[in-house]
Design a binder for this molecule. Sequence first.
Ligand code: NAP
Length: 267
Amino acid sequence: MDLGIAGKWALVCGASKGLGYGCAKALVREGVSVVINARDAQALGDAARRLGADRGASGAKVIAVAADITTREGRDAVLAAPGGPGRDFDILVTNAGGPPTGDFRDWDRDAWIRAVDANMLTPIELIKATVDGMALRGFGRIVNITSSAVKAPIDILGLSNGARSGLTGFVAGVSRSPIAARGVTINNLLPGKFDTDRLASTVAATASKSGRSVEDVRRAHQAQIPAGRYGTAEEFGAICAFLCSVHAGYMTGQNVLADGGAYPGTF
Ligand code: NAP
């Protein structure tokens, strides 16, 4: 299927590896030029080279901006990337590392502020910086990478359950504002368990909390997923690219769960 977005510009945050990289890769393969972002300049540069090798003859550009997206300076840097489109992105994929696992009794105000900053306020700032331009030009796609924890909370991820629910409420409102009639969609993409470094760290935390081995925890996880396995970043990226496509223009304000069937509800 031609997704109809070749020649567009996307900003993909948290994209040196994992789910963000999967989204950038799927978009570049569709001929979308990308500004990718992460903090570690070397890993990001390697990711940009891999994406460049993947773009085929599409002419898509790949620009890497190493910065902490949770800071104002970091956001300013990606929104003014040399050779990029400035703030005139057609597609925005918000993402940053998830908050640490733990027990809420151990989290002070600063821990909460960091989580809310990374997983709620940063996406909102990026939406604010780009959405009106998208509406003026009559096309925009915003995908926020959130978590299945928004739908089914995970006990050791209280910071994620809380902060991402705030973003979800905000998106529910703004996606249905007048921008909806101007070709702009905003959706959240909720990963269940995908085999990335982030998953490896939450598996390690569960293993150490429960005294089981990492392999035991992985096996037990996968046995609970109807698909019988973890998801891949490529699968996640393909869903993201579809949400960014011209074909998904009538789909907005949704929370799209990709979890191999793990969530047990009918809806
Ligand atoms: P990952 O493999 O750890 O990758 C995270 C990416 O984000 C890396 O490129 C990382 O690079 C970048 N990043 C982290 N903090 C950043 C910051 N402050 N500014 C800019 N870039 C930043 O994680 P993932 O599995 O892809 O997860 C992506 C998101 O989905 C996370 O929020 C995670 O909590 C959520 N999630 C994942 C799963 C899963 O199963 N994988 C499930 C539910 C939710 P640098 O460290 O170099 O900055």
